[in-house]
Design a protein. Structure first.
Length: 335
């Protein structure tokens, strides 16, 4: 299978006009619904029979956080792959239209929703009057929420400007704010935890967003040696990113679930169950990535690697949704 696509509207004598884009659109819609349902309805399933209580609005917070993560991955991936393209000899000038402005808009709305949640004392606001915007400046979480709102707004403006590469700075601010938010000052060694999250989130955004934009670029270029070179460059960097994600993920998990209790907490706590699901999904993604790498190096047509790579993008989308759910669940107790 290559990047060559049948011409839309082609028909034969035995049937009506075929529209392959319709089936693809339906598949994307179903995946989007699935990605929304996982964080929205996941808390109740994860907490079942654990004895733990869900925080108010856990489903909504998980959904907003998943949207925020996805909105971060898209522009980071675009900037990353555009930089890789500069190293590709004879790369075509054509490039897919950037989704960064739309991602920034989605991230802004998600960050605004999360900020309104923080402004009501981590409760679901019943009306606009209950949202204390001024109170955001009085707490650490409130200030971090405001940083994310303003950063996505700035990223959107940068994406629409003559120098879209400048959006790297507001996007970096979002990553730093998320890393600090995930590790409050009350936990043990919060700076170490924030550092691990910073590396983990950055590498994940580069991996997921980069693969998405790389495949969009290859489709725009069509079958070419430049496309093979770009996919090879991305694959080499992705291997390093996967190693960093794995190392920081394991270390972060052991900080929250000590090694002598981790096996039990993986099945008896909501956080552990969702973490286990995420680990299994990442393992599937790693297998798909390896499959694509083997095809890239050994297949007669290296661009057949795009087939498992597309499946990898879908799996990474599910991982993003599960990651959003993970942030809304209670942190396991250190026994």
């Amino acid at each position: 299978m290559t990047l060559i696509r049948p011409t839309p509207g082609v028909s034969d004598a035995s049937g009506p006009v075929r529209r392959p884009g319709t089936g693809r659109a339906v598949a994307v819609l179903l995946l989007a619904v699935l990605a929304a349902l996982i964080p929205l309805f996941g808390p109740s399933a994860a907490l079942h029979d654990t004895g733990e209580a869900a925080a108010p609005g856990a489903g909504g917070v998980a959904l907003l956080r998943a949207v925020l993560f996805a909105a971060l991955c898209v522009p980071v991936g675009e900037l990353f792959v555009r930089r890789l393209v500069r190293s590709v000899p004879g790369a075509p000038e054509a490039a897919p239209r950037g989704w960064a402005p739309y991602a920034a808009a989605a991230g802004f709305v998600a960050a605004l929703g999360l900020a309104s949640f923080v402004a009501t004392g981590n409760l679901v606001p019943g009306s606009v009057a209950e949202i204390d915007v001024g109170g955001l400046y009085e707490s650490r979480d409130g200030k971090l929420a405001l940083v994310e709102v303003n950063a996505f707004l700035a990223a959107g403006l940068c994406a629409l400007s003559a120098r879209p590469a400048t959006q790297v700075w507001p996007l970096a601010a979002v990553v730093v704010a998320e890393a600090l938010r995930a590790h409050p000052t009350t936990e043990q060694s919060p700076l170490i935890g924030s550092g691990l999250t910073l590396v983990h989130l950055t590498c994940a955004a580069l991996w997921a967003g980069g693969l998405l934009y790389a495949l969009r670029t290859l489709r725009r270029w069509g079958p070419s040696e430049a496309g093979v070179a770009l996919l090879g460059l991305y694959a080499r960097v992705a291997a390093v990113l996967l190693a960093a994600i794995t190392a920081t993920g394991v270390w972060s998990s052991l900080r929250r679930m000590p090694s002598d209790t981790v096996l039990e907490q993986l099945t008896t706590t909501a956080y552990g169950r969702v973490l286990l699901a995420k680990v299994l999904l990442v393992a599937v993604v790693a297998v798909l990535a390896l499959w694509a790498r083997i095809r890239l190096g050994r297949a007669a047509d290296p661009l057949t690697a795009c087939s498992p790579a597309r499946a990898e993008v879908v799996a990474l989308g599910v991982v993003v949704a599960v990651s959003g759910l993970l942030t809304a669940l209670p942190v396991p107790i250190r026994w």
